[in-house]
Ligand binder design. Structure first.
Ligand code: SF4
Ligand code: SF4
Ligand code: SF4
Length: 460
């Protein structure tokens, strides 16, 4: 059976491929073509034999079907404790079956696997900490997504997203020139209020290289200038690379392993070219995961580490507040009850639980913890690409209910979310359920509360 013109096993290779996908409103033609897509069983089995780690194989074999992981999964809870949402069931009925059948599965089965992998698991890794054997469905679904991608069964938005990475080394079509221009005009606009403000591009041997999420360059350039203001006030010697500034990886959500490698190698290339002492990542959970946790393996780095020490934004802020590089005006601290969204990607998966608490101690008078919190916090409801896939919007909205309940239980009407994906999910949660909350990244809040040294203020 022929492959579709836009839904096929070939990754995006040209601007024309990408434009053809973008022209397909809501992926209507794409999903229609997917119904006809052949499963190449031989290739699928060969891929499994070549790529399946012994840990994954062992996990599939040793699962005792005890169901202890059920309540750990927020999707099980918000879907009326549906047995089909038990983590072990979700993976055994998909990846487990593909392996058992040595890749001999039908098109219909692969489409069911796609729907499960992208709408019944956000790869939040929570279940892994509750299973007595440590079986982690986030890891297993990440692997399944890769197999599905290799056969062309991937949601339309994510084929586009990983295609963007392949063509532009960014999840959005932002060229080097556009990025550098954006930095320049954003600084120009801020100069009146912040004289001497700079976004130093391609400075070698700086203390910090700052890297971001492409959405900031494309849609929220004020976020870049806010970061610049905070580095300026903190007196940091910093820079941004003209190439390799984009840390996110929609290809990770898509399971496009080849594009993951291409993207992270561009980021590491910038680190090697500019030789900063440290890299600071913007307020994005999955960008940190892609660059700092998964990236070294995609890039085949022998020490399993990125080329330079890497900090998430919450680490830099906590350090700057504790060392006095940034000072908060006590009169401007947040007075109302406020809560904090712990991102799975850098709290559960990278152990940065204390940074958020240190920051709250400096900026908030009535900080309310969600329950559970820190490494046990629930996913916001939109992780792993779930936020951005139109086909699963109904399921994603149901998934937001756990976060809604957690926030409501704190009594706070203000949520700090230092992660793009979590920020989006909390915004959508308010749109969907109208519970009367506000939400924010850290940067704009910090700027409002800072004590600014006299010499950095505009002179009359
Ligand atoms: S808790 Fe672990 S062993 Fe028990 S069903 Fe879940 S994945 Fe399997
Ligand atoms: S990784 Fe998260 S969403 Fe996926 S099955 Fe486990 S708990 Fe559920
Ligand atoms: S979006 Fe946020 S809370 Fe959800 S999985 Fe990603 S990091 Fe975790």
């Amino acid at each position: 059976m022929p492959e579709g013109t836009i839904c096929n096993k070939r990754p995006v290779a040209t601007r024309e491929d990408l434009d053809a996908l973008l022209a397909d409103s809501n992926g209507k033609k794409y999903y229609a073509e997917m119904e006809q897509l052949d499963v190449d069983a031989e290739k699928l089995w060969a891929t499994i034999q070549k790529t399946m780690k012994s840990r994954t194989k062992t996990w599939l074999d040793i699962c005792a079907h005890c169901g202890l992981c059920a309540d750990s999964c927020f999707l099980y809870s918000v879907n009326g404790r549906d047995p089909k949402q038990v983590p072990s069931y979700k993976i055994q009925s998909t990846l487990g079956e593909i392996v058992k059948k040595k890749g001999n599965v039908t098109n219909e089965f692969m489409r069911m696997c796609m729907d499960t992998a992208w709408s019944k698991c956000t790869c939040c890794n929570r279940c892994g900490s509750f299973c007595p054997y440590g079986i982690d469905m986030g890891v297993m679904f990440g692997y399944l997504r890769g197999l599905l991608h290799s056969q062309g069964f991937v949601p339309w938005e994510l084929k586009i997203g990983s295609g963007m990475h392949r063509l532009f080394r960014a999840q959005m079509d932002v060229t080097v020139e556009e990025f550098v221009d954006t930095c320049e005009w954003m600084v120009d606009e801020a100069l009146e209020e912040w004289p001497c403000l700079e976004i130093p591009v391609d400075k070698e041997d700086a203390d910090i290289v700052y890297m971001i999420n492409a959405r900031e360059a494309k849609h929220y350039p004020e976020d870049i200038v806010e970061a610049a203001i905070l580095f300026h006030v903190a007196g940091e010697n910093w820079t941004m690379p003209s190439e390799g500034w984009e840390m996110t990886s929609l290809s990770m959500f898509a399971g496009d392993w080849e594009a993951c490698k291409m993207q992270v190698e561009t980021v590491y290339g910038a680190m090697e070219r500019l030789r900063p002492k440290r890299m600071v990542a913007t307020e994005c959970g999955h960008a940190y995961r892609a660059t700092v946790i998964e990236g070294p393996y995609w890039a085949g780095r022998p020490d399993g580490q990125p080329p330079v020490e890497c900090l998430h934004y919450v680490e830099w802020v906590a350090e700057a507040l504790e060392t006095g590089k940034l000072k908060i005006d006590p009169a401007k601290r947040i007075k109302e009850p406020v809560t904090l969204q712990d991102s799975c990607n850098y709290v559960r998966n990278a152990g940065l639980r204390d940074c958020g608490r240190i920051i709250m101690k400096h900026i908030a008078e009535d900080f309310r913890e969600m329950s559970p919190n820190k490494e046990h916090n629930y996913c916001c409801g939109g992780g792993g690409g779930f936020n951005g896939i139109g086909r699963y919007r109904k399921q994603r909205n149901v998934a937001l209910k756990m976060k809604r309940e957690q926030i409501l239980a704190t009594g706070a009407k203000f949520v700090i979310a230092p992660c793009h994906n979590c920020w989006d999910a909390i915004r959508d949660l308010e749109e969907e359920f109208e519970i009367g909350i506000r939400w924010s990244f850290l940067k704009p809040l910090l700027i409002k509360m800072l004590v600014v040294p006299e010499h950095l203020l505009p002179q009359e």
